[in-house]
Design a protein around this ligand. Structure first.
Ligand SMILES: Nc1ncnc2c1ncn2[C@@H]1O[C@H](COP(=O)(O)OP(=O)(O)OP(=O)(O)O)[C@@H](O)[C@H]1O
Length: 333
C-alpha cells in the first residue's frame, strides 16, 4: 500500500533529458506509473525553460503534486515554477523525482534510485523532506537574473565544465563521458582568476580555480564536491579550490569521488547563509547544471523551502526531519 495520495498528479516530462531518453522512455514511465496506481496528467516540455511555465500552468489548474521525469535541469525548472507562481504557498506543493537525466546529481544526496520502477516505489512511499533552496542573483550583460536551485551552484572551472557538457548534451550525448570529456577540455582552456568570495560577511580573495555552493553534495555526474552539505540545515556548504596545477588535479581526482579532496591544502571549506562570488574578469556560473551570469553572483539560502520525496537513506534522521515527517499528513489521504 502506498502512503501518498495517488490522485491528481501532474507528470512533467522533459523528452530531451538524458540525451533523448525522456522521449524514448515516455511510454514505459507512464505505464509504470499507471501500474503503481497513480492518476496523472502528462505535461511535456517542448523547449528549454518551458518546464517553469508548465509548472505554473499546472498549479493554476489546481495540481499540488508533481512528478518530475527528467534530470537536474528539469527539477531546477520545476522548482523555479513552484517558487515563482503566486497561486498558492510553495509549501503546498509536493515533488517526486523519476531520474531520466545524464548526471542525475540531486538523486544521489536524496537516495532516489536510478531505476524507474524503484524510483516510483519511493514516490508511492511518500517520505517527505523539506529541503533548503538556493536563491541566486546573477548579473549578465548589465541585467539581473534571479534563479533558484535545488542542488548546487558552481563558479569558475565548475561552470565551464557545465557549459561544455551542455553543448555536448545538445548534440545528443548523454553518457558519463560527457562530463569527463568536458572536464579535460575545460582544463585546457581555463584561466585561474582573481575572485572574491564573501561568506556571511567574511571575505576570501585569491586566485581561485573553482567555487561550489552546495545544498546537495554531488555535482558533475557524481563528484562529491560538497561532502559535508546538509540539505536542511539552512546553510550552504562552500568548497573553494584555490589555484591548482594539472598534477594537483590528477592527484585529487580519486578524492573528488569520495570527498577526501577537501583535505588538500589548496581547498577551503566554509559554511554560511549568504555567499557573494565576484570577479573583475569574466567568471562563468551555473546552477543545477544550467549556465547563468558572468561576473557577480549573490546567493542566499532559503531554509526548508521545498517539499520533496526522498529515500530512507537520504541522511541520518535529524530532529528537523522527524518534525518534517509529522507534517506529511498534510498531503496524505
Ligand atoms: N523539448 C525540449 N527540447 C530541448 N531542450 C529541452 C526540452 N525540454 C527541456 N529542455 C532542456 O533540457 C535541458 C536538460 O535537461 P535535464 O538537465 O533535465 O537533463 P540532463 O541534462 O540530461 O540531466 P542532468 O542535468 O541530470 O545531467 C534543460 O536545460 C531544459 O531546459
Amino acid at each position: 500500500m502506498g502512503r501518498v495520495n495517488l490522485e491528481n498528479w501532474m507528470l512533467l516530462l522533459n523528452p530531451h533529458a538524458g540525451g533523448g531518453r525522456g522521449k524514448k522512455d515516455l511510454e514505459q514511465i507512464m505505464d509504470l506509473l499507471q501500474k503503481a496506481g497513480f492518476e496523472f496528467e502528462l505535461f511535456i516540455s517542448t523547449y528549454a525553460q518551458h518546464a517553469i511555465q508548465l509548472t505554473k500552468n499546472g498549479i493554476e489548474k489546481g495540481y499540488r503534486r508533481i512528478i518530475v521525469a527528467g534530470g537536474d535541469g528539469t527539477l531546477n525548472e520545476v522548482a523555479n515554477g513552484v517558487l515563482r507562481q503566486t497561486v498558492c504557498d510553495p509549501s503546498e506543493i509536493l515533488i517526486g523525482m523519476i531520474p531520466v537525466g545524464t548526471g542525475n546529481d540531486w538523486i544521489r544526496t536524496f537516495d532516489i534510485p536510478n531505476d524507474y520502477k524503484k524510483a516510483i516505489k519511493r514516490i508511492r512511499k511518500g517520505r517527505v523532506f523539506w529541503q533548503d533552496v538556493g536563491q541566486i542573483r546573477a548579473r549578465q550583460n548589465g541585467h539581473q537574473e534571479l534563479r533558484f536551485f535545488t542542488n548546487m551552484a558552481g563558479f569558475g572551472f565548475d561552470a565551464l565544465v557545465a557549459e561544455k557538457a551542455n553543448r555536448l548534451k545538445e548534440r545528443g550525448r548523454a553518457d558519463w563521458f560527457v562530463y569527463l570529456q568536458s572536464l579535460v577540455s575545460s582544463y585546457l582552456s581555463y584561466k585561474t582568476r582573481q575572485v572574491s568570495v564573501v561568506v556571511d560577511g567574511k571575505e576570501l580573495r585569491d586566485l581561485i580555480f573553482s567555487v561550489s555552493v552546495g545544498i546537495g553534495k554531488y555535482n558533475g555526474g557524481g563528484l562529491l564536491q560538497a561532502p559535508n552539505a546538509v540539505p536542511d540545515n539552512g546553510l550552504f556548504q562552500v568548497t573553494i579550490i584555490h589555484k591548482i596545477g594539472l598534477v594537483g588535479i590528477l592527484k585529487n581526482l580519486p578524492g573528488l569521488f569520495n570527498g577526501r579532496f577537501i583535505k588538500d591544502r589548496r581547498v577551503s571549506v566554509l559554511q554560511g547563509k549568504e555567499v557573494l562570488v565576484e570577479s573583475a574578469f569574466e567568471l562563468a556560473g551555473e546552477a543545477d547544471g544550467e549556465n547563468l551570469g558572468n561576473h557577480r553572483f549573490e546567493l542566499t539560502v532559503l531554509p526548508k523551502k521545498l517539499q520533496v520525496i526522498v529515500g530512507k537513506k537520504a541522511f541520518p534522521k535529524s530532529q528537523e526531519q522527524a518534525k518534517s515527517e509529522e507534517l506529511e499528513g498534510v498531503l496524505l489521504d
